[in-house]
Design a protein around this ligand. Structure first.
Ligand SMILES: [Zn+2]
Length: 321
């Protein structure tokens, strides 16, 4: 119940109800409306700021989803960038050094994006930062991948080249490695046949008559026949890259001049032809025409079985058996 207000009428000393004038009544109504409206505005503003309109709430939810999607995509991109970086590390730290290739200049790998904001069109959205960072990463990945795939293609070509070179390198023992080594690359005071003092340019291997002699690397037979210089029946293979291998004192020659041979191809049978006092193989390597210690070109620490396995492996690959 609304309380009535009273006042003391001094004319007749009685309390009387206060009667409001029409103006005052109107003023009250106006004030009441104004107050109500003010309170409504106040609460709706607070509510709006806190929760937004239903439509805005929906939009906010969508923006939230987009932001989440971007964040997940961003995380995926970070993982992809890590992967590209590890490929790049393998390229720089493993493949290129092994293949004796220069590393790619940093300026080529990281061309940089310059000072201009390339993604200004993405400004002004609630998710601008995320969108720009994603676009930046995508561009970065595109650049890195294109450089990396080009680099790998060069590395691949180089590796193929390198494999050809490795296949040509005279790199195995020309005979079963269980045979003992004889005279090496050294100055001899008295030559066993000529009696004078001279350099011995090859690596002798003590093999009996009839021992199989193999090509020690891929190449072309450039000499196959009787040699007047003391090698007797000799085979010489040009391996390219400035390297030749010579197999002397053979009893039989099994390849003609001009033939392309593969490492492990049977090229002759050992003997004691030429300036020789007994059966052995004279194995010599020339580098750019100059004799060089042949012992540096093969590893005799492997077992007979390992050697046979190796020869069989080569034979199965070779066109000439
Ligand atoms: Zn010799």
């Amino acid at each position: 119940m609304r309380k009535h207000k009273y006042f003391l009428d001094l004319n007749d000393l009685q309390y009387k109800k206060v009667r409001l004038s029409l103006e005052k009544k109107l003023l009250r109504v106006v004030l009441w409306f104004a107050g109500t409206i003010a309170i409504t505005i106040f609460y709706s503003t607070v509510f709006h700021n806190l929760f937004g309109s239903p439509k805005e709430a929906l939009l906010n939810q969508q923006i939230g989803n987009i932001r989440l999607q971007y964040t997940l995509a961003d995380r995926n991109m970070n993982n992809s960038l890590k992967l590209i970086n590890s490929l790049r590390m393998s390229d720089e730290m493993r493949y290129r050094p092994v293949l004796d290739m220069d590393s790619l200049p940093e300026s080529y790998r990281n061309p940089g994006f310059g000072g201009v904001d390339r993604f200004a069109d993405l400004d002004g959205y609630g998710t601008s930062y995320l969108m720009k960072s994603s676009r930046m990463k995508i561009e970065e990945m595109k650049d890195m991948l294109s450089v990396q795939s080009e680099s790998f293609s060069t590395v691949k070509d180089k590796a193929a080249e390198w494999k050809i070179e490795m296949d040509h390198l005279p790199a195995i023992s020309p005979v079963d490695p269980s045979f003992p080594l004889g005279e090496g690359y050294r100055f001899r005071e008295v030559h066993p046949v000529y009696g004078d003092s001279r350099m011995h340019y090859g690596q002798d291997i003590e093999v009996p008559y009839g021992t199989k002699v193999y090509a020690t690397g891929d190449g072309k037979v450039v000499e196959a026949g009787r040699n007047t210089g003391g090698f007797g029946n000799v085979v010489m293979i040009d391996h390219g890259y400035g390297l030749e291998s010579i197999y002397g004192h053979l009893s039989k020659i099994l390849v003609p001049v001009g033939m392309n041979v593969k490492r492990g191809d049977l090229i002759g049978i050992s003997g004691s032809t030429g300036a020789s006092t007994g059966p052995h193989l004279h194995y010599q390597i020339n580098k750019y025409g100059q004799p060089t210690p042949a012992i540096n070109f093969f590893n005799n620490d492997i077992t007979q079985d390992q050697f046979n396995e190796m020869i069989q492996a080569f034979e199965s690959k070779s066109k000439y058996r």
